[in-house]
Design a protein around this ligand. Sequence first.
Ligand code: PLP
Length: 351
Amino acid sequence: MKREKIDIMNMARPSVKKLKPYASAKDEFKDFDQQLIYLDANENPYDNGLNRYPDPHQSVLKERISELKGVAVEKILLGNGSDEILDMIFRVFFEPAKDNIIINTPTFGMFKVLCGINNVNYKEVSLTEEFELDVTKIVESIDENTKAIFVCSPNNPTGNSMKKEGVEALLSKGLLVVIDEAYIDFSEKKSWNQELDKYKNLIVTQTFSKAYGMAGIRLGVCYADSEIITLLKKVKMPYNISVLTQQTALKQLEDQRVTEQEVVEIVENRKKLVRELSGINLVKKVYPSDSNFLLIKVDDADLRYNELIGHDLVIRNRSKEPLCENCLRITIGTPSENKALIKSLTYLDTK
Ligand SMILES: *Cc1c(COP(=O)(O)O)cnc(C)c1O
């Protein structure tokens, strides 16, 4: 399907199309930089730094993100974590008990959970043995109620990025393509948010929870055509991003070099960990990673997982996931944490 044939408005649920977003006090009077007397929002008037509602449009923060990421403000939406953004996408576009989406397994568990919460059907298509998108099978599984294809790149739990050609092939089908880029900062690949002018049906989500070191503030970022963003704003809760979150994120973005340096270190530590893990006998395979974690195949995942807990090391057992038999997922820690992991595995190896 060509871009001009994509009618985003008609992809939205009829009930959402008709919806008028809630107009808060802050919407009706927007000039809140000015020193005026505000008696419009039933707030407590005594200033303690947090007695006022947050900016529902997060204008200052979005300007900063726009400048850093090279995406226009009207193509950005912020959420209480990317989980909230994904949920908004569900509520805008997928009619419960009717529409379906395609997910590519193994992948991020939240996609299925959101299907459950929103009563939306999903079709699972297995990634290939190399953890790439199986475009032929995905296209075969599209039916008249399929609304979207979810792609996680770099993918959790496999760690790899999906090849550009595969994603392009999916985008050309005209359905919504949602690309979860939670780990993009650890990858050498370009973000798909640079392709928004080309694809009207593209939605990219990113997060402050991983590279930016801000999992605690809950901030996710969505990039899409302004028509999609306008629809998502209709279901967005007015004050979904707190004053504390907006302030803390802005402060974190003041100096990008801190994050950049941490990312460089994490990637270096990942490469070191790959080398060290490869020398351990019980580790059968270390999968290539574009993220801040490694997926490894071991001799006996359940056994090794429990043994590591006995050594005060908590990792993720992913051995029940498709294509992930005996696989463990390990987050890259600090150098001393990684050292503790290698020490324990080396001990278990020779025991
Ligand atoms: C960690 C992670 C997220 C982050 O979600 P937030 O709600 O923004 O913390 C999103 N997608 C994937 C695939 C993840 O692994």
